[in-house]
Design a protein around this ligand. Structure first.
Ligand SMILES: C[S@@+](CC[C@H](N)C(=O)[O-])C[C@H]1O[C@@H](n2cnc3c(N)ncnc32)[C@H](O)[C@@H]1O
Length: 254
């Protein structure tokens, strides 16, 4: 099923480095600002301390939980997983976690939506970047969300929703008070067709300034195909960071 082989990834990486997106940033204010300002932000002292405490706790967490899969599954792991293994394999850490922090700190989003909570590591980076932001994080696997909620106990303005992405979107459609999200992080159900369908269904709940981050755009042929379709559509300004892609609607030229 997954034939996005190592050789292909290697070639893709060389191509990516050669055409690095920062080289083409001057064609757009959004991209220029992203590379020159947003990406230069560092984690502050409090954030570093909070993350260190969180990682120390999760690294030592040997509880085994049963995963119910609502997405494209794991390439390697079975459905019984140690919390510490989930931290290693399925959480935004390092420069990807920092990217979430940088984005929320720089753009000061009001309403943030995360698809795929897992242990809540990405959510925590997002929160630390801008604790005032209202963050809604959606996760369908019950045993996983139970662990995430333990991490959210000390975070204000974080709402955890136990739901599939589709059920969440349907419930929003019938909720007239649903906010317009100005940041959406899609980090679950890594299937190209599903990704395109979520982007389409999110349109009524986002606005012309919304920034989307799509994780694992090169995880499979299907994900990379969807990414290429998004790039070619011209609907969005895109920043390709190899593992993740960033989108913002292309401004209408008057
Ligand atoms: C890669 S993990 C998320 C990592 C997290 N965003 C972070 O940054 O640390 C993906 C999560 O998405 C959840 N998921 C996958 N498909 C889903 C679906 N259709 N509806 C709800 N949750 C889903 C999985 O259960 C898994 O916990």
């Amino acid at each position: 099923m997954f034939n996005f082989s190592l050789v292909k990834i290697g070639l893709e990486y060389i191509k990516y480095r050669w055409n690095h997106p920062s080289k083409k940033a001057s064609d757009s204010e959004f991209k220029k600002d992203f590379f020159e300002n947003c990406l230069k932000i560092d984690l502050d002292k409090d954030a570093k301390f909070h993350l260190k405490t969180l990682f120390n706790r999760l690294r030592k967490d040997n509880r085994i939980i049963t995963i119910t899969d609502f997405g494209a599954g794991s390439k390697k792991l079975g459905n019984k997983r140690k919390v510490s293994t989930i931290l290693k394999t399925s959480s935004s850490k390092g420069k990807y976690g920092k990217l979430l922090y940088q984005l929320n700190k720089h753009y000061q989003f009001k309403n943030v939506l995360e698809f795929g909570t897992s242990l809540g590591v990405g959510t925590t980076y997002l929160h630390l970047g801008n604790p005032q932001a209202n963050i809604t994080s959606v996760e369908a696997c019950e045993s996983t969300i139970t662990i995430a909620i333990e991490s959210f106990a000390s975070l204000n303005n974080v709402k955890s929703v136990h739901s599939t992405f589709d059920a969440f979107l349907s419930s929003r459609a019938s909720d007239s008070k649903s906010p317009s999200y100005d940041f959406v992080f899609i980090d679950g159900h890594h299937d190209g067709e599903a990704l395109l369908s979520y982007l389409e269904k999110l349109k009524p709940f986002t606005n012309e300034k919304t920034i989307f981050v799509l994780d694992d755009i090169r995880w499979s042929d299907s994900m990379f195909g969807a990414w290429n379709a998004i790039v070619q559509s011209g609907e969005f300004e895109v920043i390709d960071l190899f593992r993740v892609g960033i989108l913002k609607l292309t401004p209408v030229k008057l």
